[in-house]
Design a binder for this molecule. Structure first.
Ligand code: ADP
Length: 239
């Protein structure tokens, strides 16, 4: 049953179910938060502990709501290099200064996807990589092709993972982070995005040796991307 839950289609269903529950849960949490507020005078420490716990719970429900929401995804031909360039620029603004983000393009590749999906996936993988590089390090992002497939690699110089951890990273709610620091929804959502685009994701990692995520997506011709010479001509011909 666990394995079924993890598959991408089930993730979407889980997201919808969870989204419905999260909405009601959030309302209930708001009430608890309000009542805890009334306790502050008599028992400030307890009131604070309740408030912290409720805030953690409500950050979980917010993420669940986001998963359940039917996001309007606009899939279209995009070049991975320019999309990743923007996503990496965002990472550099977000991540601590001692984390270097390097982007290289071994071979340009194009896919059918919503740029926001690639952005989201980069943000999740990049944030995880940064969490694993507490002393600083390098996140290498590479765009490549393998035959008909577009390849995206995220490689960090962080702490890596043992095999037991690796076996569970795509399970919803699996996290090794402290309470309030992790939700365990980052990688399931990355995998959900990848599989919704017809692709696959693999993780290679060893404790103390860093981690590499390899994503393969169905590739398309670069010429299909809007703004590349050929597709402009095609567009003009259609009009
Ligand atoms: P969260 O980040 O909220 O814990 P994720 O689903 O994104 O949830 O990740 C699940 C777990 O996978 C993390 O708690 C961590 O143990 C492990 N993990 C993910 N990415 C990396 C990485 N780049 N290096 C080491 N461990 C990682």
């Amino acid at each position: 049953a666990q394995e079924q839950l993890v598959s991408a289609g089930k993730m979407e269903l889980l997201g919808q179910l969870a989204g419905g529950i999260a909405h009601d849960m959030n309302n209930a949490l708001t009430v608890v938060l309000g009542e805890a507020g009334l306790l502050y005078d008599q028992a400030p420490e307890e009131a604070e502990a309740i408030t912290d716990a409720v805030e953690h719970a409500s950050s979980l429900t917010r993420q669940l709501l986001a998963m359940g929401r039917r996001e309007v995804v606009q899939v279209r031909p995009i070049a991975l290099a320019s999309t990743l360039e923007r996503a990496c620029a965002m990472l550099r603004r977000t991540l601590p200064k001692d984390i270097t983000v390097e982007l290289s393009v071994a071979e340009p590749a194009a896919v059918r996807a919503d740029p926001n999906q690639i952005q989201q996936l980069t943000l999740n993988l990049g944030t995880n990589a940064a969490h694993a590089m507490t002393e600083g390090g390098v996140l290498r992002v590479r765009v490549d092709r393998a035959g008909e497939r577009a390849v995206l690699v995220f490689e960090d110089t962080g702490s890596g993972m043992d095999e037991l951890t690796q076996a569970r990273i795509f399970e919803p709610f699996f996290t090794t982070k402290a309470v309030g620091m992790g939700t365990g929804l980052g990688l399931p959502s990355v995998r959900g995005i990848v599989e919704s685009l017809g692709g696959q994701i693999e993780c290679h990692s060893a404790l103390g040796e860093g981690t590499r995520f390899v994503i393969e997506l169905p590739g398309i011709e670069l010429a299909e991307v809007e703004g590349s010479g050929a597709s402009m001509d095609d567009d003009a011909a259609l009009r």
